[in-house]
Design a protein around this ligand. Structure first.
Ligand code: F6P
Length: 559
């Protein structure tokens, strides 16, 4: 716990509030800011964009359309200082075991440490083994991509299937989709995560066992969904190939658990290792990214790592006030803990980034969806936001109505690339125009007078009020030159560090996930009950009734 928190805990805090000394000043400042409209802030300051925007590499962040002044930002920076962000940041980069409930270091930054400076965990520099695995992934991927690696009948591999869930699925899937323009022309990459049998069946339906390579991606190699799907894929493969010796050419594993990989029948020589200091939702930079290397090649993967490393360097060295992840995190805290905003929308104006919201849902909510602080005390302030979103342009025709005219404050991140991903330039101009129009409209709104003027109706018209937009809705705009591997690496690392900073301010361990463990336990207790001979009575009345209804109505049997 930081000293600042200790000093004022139990004294200065109010229910629902943070406890750093600056928080009472921020609360007083909020009273002033609550009635300030951004429209007026822009009118009174023509340099607002210059003061509240920042470029790091190819990522430009405009955060001027937020309900902030210089004073707000200064106070928020004090909050970061009082919470000890700089110290915690150093501890993470130094390999301290900041994931204290699992006694683990948090070192996804080592996976993309392109400076190669030593990173020591338990007395060992981890960089040689990080570099070795990147090298092995590259060699293997090149064999498959070039056609040197063949299936058991001598055919080239045409399809790669990653079987994993959560962090072993969402990250690589999002990146492979985002980098589609860079993909290998003849190698398709598929992802199976869902335990709904439709997912695995539908995916395998169109594939040929002779030309399919499976990557079983699981940190623990015990996750029920992944192992069930992997065993199904194995049987599907053996049904045609007949001999278990052929598994060697068609199944590889990514895991920290070599014993279980061997027990599954995968040659340990075909296992790509990672380590317990890589959290599942931070693992796309590790061997979990093997499907990415297969899709776009080793060079592009390295560019992705370099982009993330550049953002790491910025995060580690830039002063807090010019630090992009810190600024984003503090803006989020401002709305979450002071304005009472419950959610935060991620709105990529980019077809290839359409899985980014789902990826960030896990990254953020699994990290900061906690109600107990690092010392094990139940917190009395809001922590992680509800993260959600979709491609912005589709959202405009779906849920933006609520963003503009609903009763909730929903801060939003708008993301777009300047270079179009295709040669359809007119499409891209329309996309950009919408991107800009929406952030402007959210900020400005439309007053009653403007509405009357624009509609030509009289101010007393019955529906005028329905067409008025209050505005004053905060948003961040990200303009990225082009969604290259490097830029994508920067963007993802930016969000990772934002999550880190918020976790520090809320005094959370952002790197454990005890709910996932609970989910596993609960499902394994119920599973045998679904086909029990006698009615189930060991749960609450609702759960018992539902299990027993299922038992009566379901006439299938487990495979
Ligand atoms: O624990 C984090 C997490 O990414 C969860 O989202 C997911 O359920 C799990 O890991 C997947 O675990 P594994 O990689 O061990 O199969």
């Amino acid at each position: 716990m930081s000293l600042a928190v200790q000093e004022c805990h139990g004294g200065m805090g109010e229910p629902g509030s943070l406890h750093q000394p600056v928080c009472s000043v921020l609360r007083a400042h909020l009273e002033k800011m609550a009635s300030v409209h951004m429209r007026d802030l822009f009118e009174s300051d023509p340099n607002r964009f210059e003061r509240f925007s920042l470029q790091v590499g190819e990522v430009l962040l405009d955060y001027s359309k937020n309900r902030i002044t210089d004073e707000t930002m200064q106070l928020l920076m004090r909050l970061a200082e009082e919470a000890g962000v700089a110290g915690w940041r150093e501890r993470m980069f130094a390999g301290d075991k900041i994931n204290h409930t699992e006694n683990r270091a948090v070192l996804h930054v080592a996976l993309r440490n392109r400076s190669n400076r030593p990173v020591v965990v338990d007395g060992e520099d981890v960089m040689p083994k990080v570099n070795a695995i990147i090298e092995r992934m590259g060699v293997f991927a090149e064999q498959v991509r070039s056609g040197q690696w063949r299936g058991y009948t001598g055919e080239r591999i045409t399809d790669v299937v990653n079987i994993g869930i959560g962090g072993s699925d969402l990250g690589p899937q999002m990146v492979v989709q985002a980098l589609k323009p860079y993909r290998h022309p003849r190698l398709k990459v598929h992802f199976i995560s869902n335990i709904d049998g439709a997912h695995v069946k539908e995916t395998l339906e169109s594939l040929n066992p002779e030309t399919t390579l499976f990557i079983v991606s699981s940190k623990t190699f015990t996750t029920q969904e992944t192992m069930t799907n992997a065993h199904f894929a194995r049987s599907w493969f053996l049904a045609q190939s007949q001999e278990t010796k052929h598994i060697a050419q068609h199944f590889v594993a990514v895991s920290t658990n070599s014993e279980s990989v061997a027990a599954f029948g995968i040659d340990p020589a075909h296992m790509f290792e990672f380590w317990d200091w890589v959290g599942g939702r931070y693992s796309l930079w590790s061997a979990i990214g093997l499907s990415i290397v297969l899709a776009v090649g080793a060079e592009r993967f390295i560019e992705l790592l370099e982009g993330a490393h550049d953002m790491d360097e910025h995060f580690r060295h830039a002063p807090l006030a010019q630090n992009m992840p810190v600024i984003l995190a503090l803006l989020g805290v401002w709305y979450n803990n002071f304005f009472g905003a419950e959610s935060h929308a991620i709105l990529p104006y980019d077809h290839y980034l359409r899985s980014l919201p789902a990826y960030l849902e896990q990254a953020d909510m699994e990290s900061n969806g906690k109600s107990v602080d690092r010392e094990g005390r139940v917190v009395d302030y809001a922590t992680g936001s509800i993260i959600w979103g979709a491609t912005g342009i589709n959202g405009q025709h779906a849920f933006y109505q609520l963003l503009h005219q609903g009763t909730k404050m929903i801060p939003a991140d708008f993301i777009v690339s300047i270079d179009p991903p295709t040669d359809l330039h007119k499409h891209h101009d329309i996309l950009i125009a919408n991107f800009l129009a929406q952030t402007e409209a959210l900020m400005r709104g439309r007053t009653r007078e403007e509405t009357v003027r624009e509609s030509g109706a009289s101010g007393n018209g019955q529906f005028i009020q329905h067409k008025v937009f209050e505005g004053n809705h905060p948003s961040n705009a990200f303009l990225v030159q082009k969604i290259t591997p490097h830029a994508l690496g920067m963007l993802v690392a930016l969000y990772e560090h934002k999550i880190f900073v918020q976790g520090v301010i809320w005094n959370l361990n952002s790197y454990d996930q005890w709910e996932v463990e609970l989910g596993k336990q609960l499902a394994s207790r119920i599973l045998p009950e679904l086909h029990a001979d006698l009615p189930v009575a060991s749960h609450d009345a609702s759960t018992n009734a539902l299990i027993n209804y299922y038992r009566r109505m379901n006439h299938t049997h487990p495979d």
